[in-house]
Design a binder for this molecule. Structure first.
Ligand SMILES: [Zn+2]
Length: 217
């Protein structure tokens, strides 16, 4: 008879619970800009490495986690494992987000106010946004808008390739209007308040998983 650690015995009845616990641990590692290795995830979740490895396979298949060919983690939406131009500062961590909408979801996921630092896609001017949940507390400049869309000719590719590079902030409507997206881009422009609400709505499931299963601080 195999003997599993207590945490694993409790939840082995359900793949979903294992996957959620590993998913939350991956998000937590990326939040802290740490590399979510199987060994590290096994340590923080109390699950056997083999169970973590299986869960990671399912999370990659589902598209919740994007891996690289060496088995590393490139992203777990909304967070990135590599530096991006969308930085979210919280009192507990300073994390990289995959795109503008992903950045807007991070404070709600962590349940803390956050400050997003990014740039206008056209003029590279600094953009700073204070967010709490779905509410934008302050913004600089005042007219920030978000391009929300992606490429229509690579729907089989992960969002990281097909949409994230094209979901960006602009300093205002004038620069958004001057932006020339690739010819296969399809999308629309959102006010910052619309984008903040959309972000939390899109990430409803991830926010729930993280808040329920995040490792002990
Ligand atoms: Zn601009």
């Amino acid at each position: 008879m195999e003997v599993y650690p207590v945490a694993f015995r409790e939840i082995m009845v359900s793949y979903t619970a294992v996957d959620d616990r590993v998913h939350a641990a991956v998000l937590h590692e990326l939040l802290l800009r740490q590399t979510p290795t199987v060994e590290q995830l096994a340590r923080v979740t109390g699950l056997p490495a083999i169970a973590v490895d299986d869960a990671m396979g399912r999370l990659r298949e589902r598209g919740a986690v994007v891996g690289d060919p060496t088995g590393g983690v490139v992203a777990a939406y909304p967070l990135s494992g590599v530096p991006t131009s969308h930085v979210v500062a919280l009192d507990v961590a300073v994390a990289w987000a995959n795109c503008a909408v992903d950045a807007l979801a991070v404070p709600a996921m962590v349940g803390r106010p956050g400050t997003i630092s990014s740039q206008c896609t056209l003029c590279s001017g600094s953009i700073t946004i204070d967010v709490e949940g779905t509410v934008v507390r302050s913004r600089e400049p005042a007219g920030v808008v978000v391009a929300y869309g992606g490429l229509t000719d690579c729907r089989d590719r992960p969002a990281l390739v097909r949409s994230c590079p094209f979901v960006n902030f602009f300093c205002g409507e004038a620069h958004a209007a001057q932006w020339q997206p690739p010819t296969t881009w399809s999308g629309r422009f959102l006010s910052l308040d619309q984008a903040a609400r959309l972000a939390v709505s899109n990430f409803h499931h991830v926010i729930e998983v993280y808040q329920r299963f995040r490792p002990e601080q």
